[in-house]
Design a protein around this ligand. Structure first.
Ligand SMILES: *[C@@H]1O[C@H](CO)[C@@H](O)[C@H](O)[C@H]1NC(C)=O
Ligand SMILES: *[C@@H]1O[C@H](CO)[C@@H](O)[C@H](O)[C@H]1NC(C)=O
Length: 137
């Protein structure tokens, strides 16, 4: 006799439990706060902002403690960014959550000079001026 027929089922179950991550990021939006100030089309701030947000998405999942600050490199208009993920996420779940956070941020607050979006499992924010975690807006 070979293995009982349900052995393969057990092995598949074990595979799912240990190989496939057991959780997905919770991308429920908690808040999205928009600065009242707006920037116009063609403002160099838009280019700086694109740079900062793209780098936040790329670098935060690779950063220590999923906590990453950055500044745009272009001297004519600075953008300052910060993103975090909950530490119980995998790198790819952190990236997934930040993608959702970006959509929340730009979906709720279009063309603003500052936005702060908090999801259940990650946060993302940017501003025209340096900020700390304690700042509002
Ligand atoms: C991660 O932990 C936070 C609390 O720190 C919890 O709210 C969240 O649901 C957890 N996420 C996952 C994917 O386990
Ligand atoms: C995700 O977070 C929201 C807000 O905290 C909570 O109401 C919801 O139950 C969570 N969803 C899951 C699948 O954990």
């Amino acid at each position: 006799m070979g293995f009982p027929p349900n052995t393969s089922l057990i092995l598949i179950t074990i595979f799912w439990l240990f190989i496939i991550p057991g959780s997905i990021p919770n991308t429920t939006a908690i808040t999205a706060l928009c600065n009242m100030g707006m920037y116009s089309q063609g403002d160099p701030f838009g280019i700086s902002l694109d740079y900062v947000v793209a780098e936040l998405e790329r670098a935060t999942p690779m950063s220590k403690n999923y906590d990453f600050f950055n500044i745009s490199p272009f001297p004519n208009a600075f953008a300052y960014g910060h993103a975090t993920c909950n530490l119980n996420l995998t790198n790819s779940d952190c990236a997934t959550c930040l993608g959702a956070a970006k959509m929340t941020m730009f979906g709720t607050c279009l063309s603003r000079i500052g936005v702060r979006a908090m999801l259940q499992d990650c946060t993302i924010r940017y501003k025209q001026y340096p900020f700390t975690d304690e700042d509002d807006g």
